[in-house]
Design a protein around this ligand. Structure first.
Ligand SMILES: [Zn+2]
Ligand SMILES: [Zn+2]
Length: 696
C-alpha cells in the first residue's frame, strides 16, 4: 500500500513519521488529546510503505536536509495547544469508555469470546488481542473486525495508526529491502521480516497495491502475501509496559495469575515469588508446586523425573524484553511414553508466574485433540486452539495450542513454547517454521522440544552437552518397546494370520501410495476365509475416506489397515501389531521405522505387540532403528524402570531362523540406491557387524 509521510512541527523541531491513516485523523486526534501545539504537514503524495519508512528513518536522522521528493501540502493541519474542538471526538470516549469506578482491581480478560469478560474500553481490547501478535495489514483488519471494533471510531487504518502513535504497536514493512533509493542495485537484498526468508525467496512483480515493482516472499505465501509495501503490525507482548494515554489500566492485580489474567507477564512477575536470584530452596519449592498443580495428574516415576528436569530448566529461564538467547531443552521420550502429561507441570509453572505458553504441534488433528485435554487439566485457564481453517477468528488466552505454522503470526509472545514432534514433517527441515517458533518466544524464554526420534544433529548436540535433555526410555506402562523382527516379505500373510488369531489389529505400512491397491487386493485374496475383505482396508493422504477409516479402525471394525507413513504417528490402537513392507525402501529412515514400530504394544493390556520389518535386505536405517529401540530398552532396564525383569518384549519377536543374514547379503550391494549413504560394497562389512550387534 501507499502511505503519506507526516512532518510534526513544534516550535524549533520537526519529526517525521508515516501515517497509515490517509485522512490524518488519527494523527490529529492523538496530538489534540495530548494537548500538544503542533502543525502537521502531510506529504503531497503517498509513497509505497517500504520507501516511506526508509525515508522517515533518514529524515529523522538528518532533518535539515529533507530528501528531494519531500513536497508537503500547502497548508498544514494546526492542532492548538488546548486541543480545540478536535479533542472531543466520540472515539476518545470509546478509547477509555468505561464508567469511572469500575477500574479498581481490573484484570484484562483472556479473550473476546465472552462478552462479559471483555474489557469495555477499546484500548484494552485492542492491545490485549494484539499482545505478542505480528500481523499483516489484512490480518490486522480481520482482527479488528472480529473484535467488533470496525465501527468503533474508524477503520483498521485509523486504529492501527492510533496504536502505533500510542506505542502499543510497532510498524515495519513485511519485507525489508536494503539498497539506496533511486539507484537500482544489481542485486537487491530483501528480507522477509515475518518468516526470515532472504533474497532467494523473493519474487519481484508489478504490485497493484503500491503501483511499483515490489517483492513478495514466496516462502510464507501460504500464510498470506508479505510484500515490501504491506504493513507488518506487531503488538507489544507486555501491555503493562506500553506508553500511551491509558497506561494504568493495563496493570493487573499482580498476584499469581489464576483465571484469565493473561497480561501479568512483566519481568518481575516472571521472576516469581522467589525473586530474581532464586535460591535452590525456592526452585525446589517451585518444582514441587508445579508437579502438584494439576489435580488428577498421575505421573509415573520416570515421567516425573523427566518433568522435574524440564521444570528446573524452565524455571531457570528469565524472559525479558531487552534481549537474551532463546534456551532449548529436549524431552526425548519413546513412543507411548505419555509426553503430553509431562508438559502439564511446565505449563503450570509458567502460568503460576503469569507467563504465556504455546504448545505447538505439526498437525492440526493433534491441536484438536490437545485443546480439550489441556482445558480439562487447567479448568481455570482460557485455552485457545489455532490452526489453519479455523476461520477468521483470533482467539487468545494464557495457553495457546497451535500448529507450528500459526506461530508465524506471533512475535516475542511466549515465555514457554513447547514444540511437539520436533522431528516430524513439516517442522523438521523447514527453516521457516524454526524461525517462526523462535520468533514467537520472548528473548531468554524457554523452548522445550519433544521427540521420540530426534534428528541426528540434535542427538549429536545432546551427546556433546550442547542441548540439555531428559530421556524417557520407557512407556507409560513400563514394559519394554517391542523390538522389530526381520522377515521375508512372503511371510506377511502368515504373520497377519497370527495377529488375527491373537485378537489383535494390524498396521501394514508401505512406502508408496501406488503400492496400496495391489497389496490390498493381494492380502484380501491371501486371507480369504480368515478375514472378511471388508475388514481389510487401505488409506493414504489422498483418500477422502481416511478419517472414516481411522474411526472404523479405532472401533475395531477394520482389522488390518494398509497405510503410508501418514499414520506413523498419532493413531493409537490398544492391541496392534505392525508390519512394514519394503522396510528397505529409501523413504524409510530410522526415525520413520521407529515411529511405525511405536504403534505396537501401546496399552498396558497388550504391551508386547509384534513388529516386523519385511524386506529382502537389511539396510543401515533398519539397523539404526532396531539399535535405537534396544538402546532405550537397555537404558530403562539399567535404571530399573521396567515393570518386571527380563526383556519380555523381545519374546516372540526374535528373528526367525530363516531370516538370518546370509540370505540377505547378496542383495545389499546390488540394490542399494544412490540415496542410501554409504551403501555399496564397502558397506558390507559394516552391515555384517551391525547385524551381529542387532542379533546378539
Ligand atoms: Zn516470508
Ligand atoms: Zn507493493
Amino acid at each position: 500500500m501507499r502511505v503519506y509521510l507526516v512532518a510534526v512541527e513544534r516550535p524549533g523541531s520537526r519529526r517525521w513519521h508515516v501515517s497509515l491513516d490517509p485522512s490524518l485523523r488519527a494523527d490529529v486526534l492523538y496530538h489534540a488529546q495530548r494537548r500538544a501545539a503542533v502543525r502537521l504537514w502531510r506529504s503531497a503524495r503517498p509513497y509505497p510503505l517500504g520507501t516511506a519508512l526508509a525515508e522517515v528513518r533518514r529524515l529523522n536522522r538528518d532533518g535539515r536536509r529533507p530528501f528531494r521528493a519531500w513536497r508537503p501540502e500547502r497548508e498544514p493541519v494546526v492542532v492548538p495547544a488546548d486541543g480545540g474542538k478536535i479533542g472531543s471526538d466520540p472515539f476518545l470516549d470509546k478509547l477509555s469508555g468505561e464508567a469511572p469506578g469500575a477500574e479498581e482491581n481490573r484484570v484484562i480478560s483472556g479473550g473476546h469470546a465472552d462478552a462479559a469478560d471483555k474489557p469495555a474500553d477499546l484500548a484494552g481490547r485492542l492491545t490485549e488481542a494484539m499482545a505478542g501478535r505480528s500481523l499483516l495489514a489484512e490480518e490486522f483488519e480481520s482482527l479488528v473486525q472480529s473484535l467488533g471494533l470496525g465501527g468503533a471510531g474508524g477503520d483498521w487504518r485509523f486504529l492501527a495508526q492510533w496504536g502505533i502513535l500510542s506505542g502499543w504497536f510497532t510498524l515495519r514493512p513485511s519485507v525489508e529491502v536494503a539498497g539506496r533509493r533511486g539507484r537500482p542495485l544489481p542485486r537487491k537484498r530483501a528480507l522477509c521480516l515475518r518468516c526470515g526468508a532472504d533474497e532467494r525467496w523473493m519474487r519481484y512483480t508489478a504490485c497493484a497495491s503500491c503501483g511499483e515493482t515490489c517483492p513478495y516472499c514466496e516462502r510464507c505465501l501460504t500464510m498470506g502475501r508479505a510484500r515490501a509495501c504491506t504493513p507488518l503490525i506487531a503488538g507489544a507482548a507486555k501491555p503493562s509496559g506500553v506508553a500511551g494515554t491509558v497506561p494504568e489500566r493495563f496493570v493487573c492485580d499482580g498476584g499469581p495469575a489464576t483465571g484469565n489474567a493473561v497480561v501479568a507477564e512483566s519481568d518481575t512477575a516472571m521472576a516469581g515469588p522467589s525473586g530474581g536470584t532464586a535460591s535452590a530452596t525456592g526452585e525446589r519449592d517451585a518444582v514441587a508446586d508445579a508437579l502438584s498443580a494439576v489435580p488428577g495428574l498421575a505421573l509415573n516415576p520416570v515421567q516425573e523425573e523427566a518433568a522435574r528436569e524440564a521444570l528446573r530448566f524452565v524455571l531457570s529461564s528469565r524472559p525479558s524484553q531487552s534481549g537474551g538467547e532463546v534456551r532449548s531443552f529436549l524431552i526425548w521420550a519413546v513412543t507411548g511414553a505419555g509426553k503430553t502429561e509431562m508438559i502439564f507441570p511446565l505449563i503450570a509453572a509458567v502460568r503460576a508466574r503469569g507467563g504465556r505458553v504455546a504448545v505447538a504441534t505439526p498437525r492440526k488433528d493433534v491441536v484438536l485433540e490437545l485443546v480439550p485435554r489441556i482445558s480439562a487439566a487447567f479448568p481455570e485457564e482460557k485455552v485457545a486452539g489455532l490452526y489453519g481453517g479455523a476461520g477468521r477468528k483470533w482467539p487468545t488466552g494464557g495457553i495457546i495450542v497451535s500448529t507450528t505454522h500459526q506461530l508465524i503470526r506471533h512475535e516475542a509472545a511466549f515465555d514457554l513454547v513447547v514444540l511437539d514432534e520436533v522431528d516430524a514433517f513439516p517442522f523438521h527441515g523447514d527453516p521457516m517454521l524454526a524461525h517462526a517458533a523462535r520468533k514467537a518466544l520472548k528473548p531468554g524464554a524457554a523452548f522445550v522440544m519433544l521427540s521420540a526420534t530426534p534428528p541426528r544433529d540434535m542427538q549429536r548436540d545432546v551427546r556433546r552437552g550442547r542441548l540439555p535433555c531428559a530421556t524417557v526410555p520407557v512407556r507409560h506402562h513400563r514394559h519394554p518397546l517391542p523390538v522389530p523382527a526381520c522377515e521375508r516379505p512372503a511371510k506377511l500373510a502368515a504373520l497377519l494370520i497370527r495377529t488375527l488369531e491373537r485378537g489383535a489389529q494390524a498396521f501394514v505400512f508401505v512406502p508408496r501410495i501406488a503400492m496400496l491397491e495391489p497389496e490390498l487386493a493381494r492380502l484380501r485374496k491371501a486371507l480369504d476365509g480368515v478375514c472378511p475383505p471388508g475388514r481389510i482396508e487401505a488409506t493414504s493422504s489422498r483418500d477422502p475416506m481416511r478419517e472414516d477409516k481411522v474411526r472404523r479402525l479405532r472401533a475395531g471394525d477394520i482389522r488390518i489397515l494398509l497405510t503410508t507413513t501418514i499414520l506413523e504417528r498419532g493413531v493409537t490402537i490398544p492391541k496392534a501389531d505392525v508390519y512394514v513392507l519394503e522396510a528397505d525402501h529409501r523413504l524409510f529412515d530410522a526415525a520413520a521405522l521407529v515411529q511405525m514400530a511405536g504403534r505396537a504394544g501401546r496399552s498396558a493390556e497388550d504391551p508386547e505387540g509384534r513388529v516386523a520389518f519385511l524386506a529382502v535386505r537389511l539396510t543401515r536405517e533398519q539397523r539404526r532403528a532396531i539399535r535405537e529401540i534396544r538402546r532405550m530398552n537397555k537404558l530403562a532396564r539399567q535404571k530399573g524402570w521396567l515393570a518386571k525383569s527380563g526383556d519380555s518384549g523381545r519374546r516372540g519377536n526374535r528373528p526367525a531362523p530363516e531370516s538370518r543374514p546370509s540370505r540377505f547379503f547378496g542383495f545389499i550391494s546390488g540394490r542399494a540406491s544412490g540415496q542410501q549413504a554409504g551403501s555399496g560394497a564397502g558397506d558390507r562389512s559394516a552391515n555384517r557387524k551391525g547385524w551381529r550387534a542387532w542379533r546378539d
